[in-house]
Design a protein around this ligand. Structure first.
Ligand code: MN
Length: 343
């Protein structure tokens, strides 16, 4: 089997006439996934649409921390990948105690792999939000003891969103530790009526986008960032459409929201508390929208390995129609600053 052609045949060879440059080295990538045997069952539950053989290959890649992953990083000029569990993980575990135990085991396993290649890998903590105080303690352990760069949470936890006041203890820890939360997509808690009968729009095609952007807007309009003004959230997929929406969100919120819970305009929080990555969005149009809407410090390179092709992601940012200073910020500088990574 030709591995490179598995998910993206187009990436196997550059088009005739395309610019072929040496990969821009030193990139940092933030939505790069792994899986542990204990968490495989939750991944299977999402019933993702890939064919069975592709699913098996994806799992194989996510369990590899050696040659194959490093070769993909080298080919794309990625110096450092911040690794995270491929969701939903324990966000979907009904037994809270079991979720807490499995999350800690996953974090320990990741720490072991980072220890082997501390120059190449970092980590986002996997957290059981079934117990917000326990998740806050686990985040502290992961950042202070295991030297992780933050946390990734796969959307809702059994239908509870992160704006729920019970999660304030978690936000307090996140803000206190000065690390970001990567809010990653997952399936809706209940399939919305508008998506019934159109499986073509389910999962990453559209469902995950509206789920995750709405989750981020919940954080904003319920005042999470008024309570925790220094908390920082990262959204993948160039911001799940939100950078395109600032003007309308502000104008209609100002016009129709009668029971306001926040001090500022929605766009102020989007510009002050949200950063986005290029994961799975290798297109100049949303890239330019995100840079223009959020500012050049709030857009960061990512791939979404192994679901996206590393070379396609790399060539996109290397050839995007942006100035070189901005390219350097997106490729690595912004992530380095946000997560205080060594240069
Ligand atoms: Mn992902």
């Amino acid at each position: 089997m030709r591995r490179r052609s598995l998910l993206s045949a187009a990436a196997a060879a550059p088009a005739i006439g395309a610019a072929i440059a040496a990969p821009l080295p030193g990139k940092i990538a933030l939505e790069e996934h792994f899986i542990t045997p204990a968490l495989l069952g939750y991944l299977a539950e999402t019933k993702s649409p890939e064919p069975e053989f592709a699913r098996a290959e994806l799992v194989r890649r996510m369990m590899d921390f050696g040659e194959q992953r490093l070769a993909a990083m080298d080919g794309a000029g990625v110096a450092r990948a911040i690794l995270s569990i491929s969701g939903p993980g324990v966000q979907a575990e009904p037994d809270g105690a079991r979720a807490t135990r499995l999350a800690a085991e996953a974090n320990d396993a990741l720490a072991g792999e980072i220890q082997k290649r501390p120059d190449r890998y970092g980590g986002f903590a996997h957290l059981a939000m079934q117990d917000p105080a326990g998740a806050a303690r686990e985040l502290e352990r992961c950042v202070r003891d295991l030297k992780f760069q933050g946390a990734m949470i796969n959307h809702h936890t059994l239908g509870v969103y992160l704006d729920d006041p019970r999660n304030d203890v978690f936000w307090e820890a996140l803000q206190g530790l000065d690390v970001p939360l990567y809010l990653h997509p997952a399936d809706s808690f209940r399939m919305p009526h508008v998506l019934e009968g159109v499986p073509e729009l389910h999962k990453p095609v559209w469902e995950w986008t509206t789920e995750t952007s709405t989750h981020a807007l919940r954080l904003i309009v319920t005042g999470v960032f008024d309570r925790f003004p220094r908390a920082q959230v990262i959204l993948g997929h160039m911001g799940e459409t939100l950078p395109y929406m600032l003007s309308r969100l502000d104008s209609r919120y100002g016009f129709t929201a009668t029971d306001r819970r926040i001090r500022r305009k929605p766009s102020d929080y989007l510009r002050g508390n949200i950063s986005v990555t290029t994961s799975g969005q290798f297109d100049d149009v949303p890239l330019k929208a995100a840079l223009a809407a959020l500012g050049e410090t709030r857009v960061m390179f990512s791939i979404d390995y192994p679901y996206e092709d590393s070379d396609t992601a790399a060539r996109f940012i290397e050839n995007a129609a942006i100035d070189e200073a901005t390219r350097a910020r997106v490729a690595a500088g912004n992530a380095r600053a946000l997560m205080k990574l060594p240069g």
